[in-house]
Write a protein that binds this ligand. Structure first.
Ligand code: SAM
Length: 356
């Protein structure tokens, strides 16, 4: 018996039983900041422009992903707002009825101009990266003097009527770890939920060192010292939805809720349902994967939707990746995933290319 045409697809599962549900779509590898944990080098090799997927190609591939069970897309990069006319892509994606959520991760520099058009185009949620409340420190961390524009961008998200604003802060020892409490207070004032991210040894983090990582345990301990008991929050939603989000959420006694993304010391590989598509159409099954599948070639070579779906299905069913857990197993021998020469040889190893 065949399922009715509007029935949700059977969940496609990998070798560890993890469903394919979440797609991170990198719309550009370019960025207008140079964060020390992501792009610390003086210069970079960029993807050739002719190889970047058009919006039409992106929307088509997303449709194929949706036919296999993907129901959430997050636009990322590089800095996604640098992609010319991004609201047009959002409008196309919003026309896909199987997508329940179209989110954006941005550094916020261009948000003041774009928050409203993105909202009108159908974007559902925004996450802004904000690592510090001090303009001079922002400049030292990002090599750009844009702190004021980021704050204006955060204000614009609220003015545009988005709910559920999230702020992401990568916590680095000696750089911004003294701001945990101030960032918590700032997020609360803004009606946002902050997530503290452990510094990760991903491709591109060429200056990563264990000593600079502030662990989830240490963050919780410091927050509890100032605010009293920190209550872990049970996850909402049906059982099959739980464990999907990378952040563990906590509540303080005054009701403030925050998250920690502990990919470095407590990876969530076991429940990871996300994959990543780079702006040039390379599909990665793990943030730490060494190689991906070239979907652009298939797209531009005339593959049908059914052929693309078959490539994705086979790829996901064979997925064994547990990148962050394997990194953790290296213990004290852990070093950056890739060296500078290797990254120049294959820029798809970069976090800013595969989409954070
Ligand atoms: N440009 C956008 C932004 O800044 O949000 C989107 C891309 S950025 C690569 C996505 C996320 O990756 C950001 O929240 C950033 O802080 C995070 N990130 C990049 N490198 C990281 C690292 N080494 N460890 C932890 N998080 C990192």
């Amino acid at each position: 018996m065949t399922a009715p045409p509007d029935a949700p697809p059977e969940l496609l599962r990998d070798t560890l039983g993890r469903p394919l549900r979440n797609l991170r779509l990198s719309v550009t590898d370019r960025c207008n900041l140079r964060c020390s944990y992501c792009m610390p080098e003086p210069d970079y090799v960029w993807l050739p422009r002719s190889e970047l997927l058009t919006f039409e190609e992106m929307a088509r591939v997303v449709g194929v992903f949706c036919s296999l069970g993907v129901d959430r897309v997050r636009l990322t990069g590089g800095e996604p707002l640098l992609r010319h006319q991004l609201p047009l892509l959002v409008r196309r994606l919003a026309a896909e009825p199987r997508l329940r959520d179209i989110a954006l991760t941005t550094n916020g520099v261009l948000l003041a101009e774009l928050a409203r058009p993105l909202r009108e185009a159908g974007l559902t949620r925004v996450t802004v990266s904000l690592d510090t409340l001090h303009p001079d420190r922002f400049q030292a961390l990002t090599r750009r003097d844009e702190h004021g524009r980021v704050l204006a961008g955060i204000a614009a998200v609220r003015a545009a009527g988005f709910g559920g604003l999230k702020l992401d802060a990568v916590v680095m020892r000696g750089r911004n770890d003294d701001e945990l409490l101030d960032l918590l207070a700032f997020a609360r004032e803004q009606g946002a939920e902050i997530r503290f991210i452990e510094y990760m040894d991903v491709g591109g983090a060429t200056r990563w060192r264990w000593e600079d990582v502030v662990s989830r345990a240490e963050m919780l301990e410091r927050i509890a010292r100032a605010h009293g008991p920190v209550e872990p929050l049970a996850e909402d939603g049906p059982p099959e939805e739980r464990g999907r989000a990378p952040a563990e959420r906590f509540r303080l006694s005054d009701g403030t809720v925050f998250g920690i993304i502990a990919s470095t010391t407590a990876p969530f590989c076991r429940t990871c349902d996300r994959s990543r598509l780079t702006a040039d159409g390379t599909w990665f099954l793990c943030l730490y994967a060494r190689s991906g599948l070239n979907l652009r070639q298939a797209l531009r070579g005339g593959a049908s939707d059914a052929q693309l779906a078959s490539m994705l299905r086979v790829g996901w069913q064979h997925r064994t990746d547990r990148g962050a857990e394997q990194r953790l197993a290296l213990q004290q021998h852990r070093e950056p995933l890739a060296g500078v020469a290797e990254l120049r040889e294959d820029p798809r190893l970069e976090m800013h290319t595969r989409g954070g």
